[in-house]
Design a protein around this ligand. Structure first.
Ligand SMILES: *[C@@H]1O[C@H](CO)[C@@H](O)[C@H](O)[C@H]1NC(C)=O
Length: 312
């Protein structure tokens, strides 16, 4: 079940969506966005993440390295757009359905879109990790001179967002406080998604480490989500943090463990990898705790200090 964490002290909303209920949660987000008069509550969506939500950044990011990007050929895009769009899907992503449900346009990919981002921007890149690329490269993961993970972590995506903000708000002349208030109003009316993140961190780690060693990475990956505080400082009030899918059922996991895993490693009922699914539920459980901490404790103190900064 997705759980909604109402916040009385501030108007900040943090939601954790688990994959099993993403559709229901999306519908809830859509209906929550309509006020009594049927007016649109959110005027834009800003999204951070990986291939689950990349609406077209991958071909550009991969071209920097240069690496081949499979998503620009069929069957990608075949069942909905009629042509490849850079999404890692033959059709729409959950993010596309949420945007449509909110009456908003598809969220334009930051690296590939030539126009304005006043209606939102998508910073997600397929293959993105939550932890910085250097963390993996320093440990020679995945090794053999691999360029992965690319330099598209959450921190990098947040920096892209921050480089965009002067074009979206805070253009008023004069007092810093006035510019900040303008941004607070703009981003207060935006819906933010931070994630899903983590699946790529774990899959990369698993190339060189055991499931048990990879499990020890979970607290660090989850802790990194607290970087989302940077969004709140810009005025974000509604942030959705999607949880991890049961990734032990995903084709990449099943393929990479094929031949390596023994019969006992598989769930007899589902055929999924038990250890990897347990890793995912451990991630989701720590993520719930981290979001609670962020909402109740860290945010309030950071928010107060940012208010103090603004008044000087
Ligand atoms: C990663 O990207 C960021 C933002 O584009 C840049 O500032 C940083 O230098 C890059 N890091 C590496 C290791 O390339």
């Amino acid at each position: 079940m997705g759980s909604y964490l109402p916040c009385a002290a501030t108007s900040l909303h943090l939601l954790l969506l688990l994959a099993s209920s993403e559709a229901a949660a999306a519908a809830a987000a859509a209906s929550a966005s309509l006020s009594a008069g049927g007016h649109r509550r959110y005027h834009s969506i800003f999204n951070f993440g990986d291939s689950f939500a990349d609406t077209g950044n991958k071909p550009v990011a991969y071209a920097w390295y240069p690496l081949p990007s499979n998503v620009m050929r069929p069957p990608y895009g075949e069942t909905f757009f009629g042509h490849p769009t850079g999404r890692s899907s033959d059709g729409r992503l959950i993010l596309d359905l949420i945007a449509a449900g909110l009456g908003l346009p598809f969220v334009p990919p930051y690296l590939a879109h030539g126009g304005s981002f006043g209606g939102g921007a998508n910073f997600a890149v397929a293959g993105a990790t939550e932890l910085d690329a250097g963390f993996f490269h320093d440990r020679d993961i995945p090794g053999a001179g691999s360029k992965f993970p690319l330099n598209t972590s959450l921190d990098v995506q947040l920096a892209w967002f921050e480089s965009l903000t002067p074009s979206l708000c805070g253009t008023a002349q004069g007092w810093h406080a006035k510019r900040a208030a303008e941004c607070e109003e703009f981003f207060g009316g935006s819906l933010f998604f931070v994630g899903e993140f983590g699946v790529n961190d774990y899959f990369l780690f698993l190339k060189k480490r055991s499931v048990r060693q990879t499990r020890s990475l979970v607290p660090l990956v989850v802790k990194t989500i607290s970087m989302a505080i940077r969004l709140m400082k810009h005025g974000a009030k509604s942030i959705v943090v999607p949880g991890m899918i049961p990734s032990g059922c995903s084709p990449p996991a099943l393929t990479s463990f094929y031949g390596r895993a023994g019969p006992a490693d598989y769930d007899a009922r589902t055929g999924c990898l038990r250890g990897i699914n347990e890793l995912a539920s451990h991630h989701n459980s720590l993520l719930q705790d981290a979001l609670h901490e962020l909402r109740c404790c860290q945010y309030d103190s950071e928010y107060r200090s940012s208010l103090i900064d603004r008044s000087v």
